[in-house]
Design a protein around this ligand. Structure first.
Ligand SMILES: [Fe+2]
Length: 277
């Protein structure tokens, strides 16, 4: 049996089918956010005993070694290229860390990424899980590319203030230009906000606050280290709208809200131009 201590901001997995118990020894109530892929597995096997009364031991997921929940990553793979098609001008990258315990998600080391402008991230591959988990941060006055993907991406805002824009896939990539403004949703957020973009809706995050916006995303299907080879719940690749292709009204809305909040637009003009060659 292993015991380890956690406090506010800790992120860790419950390894697959390993017994676990959380004990609050502090003075205040502890709030725990957890995600699970049980709905998919129940749908797949249609036999709840197999899921909930199953004593199979996944030793390759949890071997009980003393340093299993060490905060030191077993490996870090910086800047794994995200766009493998070579057809877009995305400079997308993700860093992946193999680690089973993050003591303080506010302080986790991040590396240059490519979802926005000067943004950083660190994808956490915990307990060899197939579900994803990552921390991401992007500067004030910037926003990230719109994109859509499979279900269950649970975003918790850790720092900063801003908003997210979301719209159903069926509206296409330029909903304002196409007169469908009324179906575009804006969600304001601040520290502690929990946001789950609906299945395959385009979504895009904007920082009009005074400090870098940082969030942790728990779950969502697929990750680059242990990808599904089927497309059961996830598109083969996520779909992005690159800045040159986005609805021009998107950046206008951001600029307006930014000005209202006393912020400065820091998106370089070059990102809106398609690269030649
Ligand atoms: Fe997303």
């Amino acid at each position: 049996m292993l015991t380890f201590e956690w406090e506010r901001g800790a992120v860790f997995p419950s390894p697959l089918n390993a017994w676990h118990r959380h004990i609050n020894t502090g003075k205040d109530p502890a709030r725990l956010v957890a995600i699970t892929n049980a709905p998919l597995l129940i749908d797949m096997f249609r036999h709840t005993d197999f899921i909930f009364d199953n004593d199979y031991v996944f030793t390759e997921r949890f071997d009980g070694r003393k340093d299993y929940f060490s905060a030191t990553p077993q490996a870090v793979f910086p800047t794994v290229p995200r766009d493998r098609s070579g057809k877009t001008n995305e400079r997308g990258h993700h860093t992946h860390s193999l680690v089973n315990f993050v003591p303080n998600i506010w302080k986790t080391r991040l590396y240059p990424a490519g979802q926005g402008v000067d943004d950083d991230d660190n994808h956490l591959a915990m307990a060899r899980n197939t579900m994803a988990c990552h921390v991401e941060q992007f500067p004030t006055g910037t926003y990230e590319r719109a994109h859509r993907h499979g279900p269950g991406s649970t975003i918790i805002l850790l720092d900063g203030s801003g908003f997210s824009m979301m719209w159903p896939n069926e509206l296409g990539t330029t909903p304002f230009k196409d007169g469908k403004d009324s179906q575009v949703r804006l969600a304001e957020w601040k520290e502690g906000t929990l946001l789950i973009p609906p299945l395959q809706w385009y979504h895009q995050h904007f920082n009009n606050g005074k400090v870098p916006a940082r969030f942790v995303k728990l779950g969502g299907w697929n990750n680059d280290l242990y990808p599904f080879t089927t497309t059961l719940v996830s598109d083969p690749g996520r779909v992005d709208i690159d800045y040159p292709d986005e609805d021009p009204r998107v950046r206008q809305i951001f600029a307006e809200r930014l000005a209202a909040a006393g912020g400065q637009f820091k998106m370089p003009e070059s990102v809106f131009k398609r690269r030649s060659g």
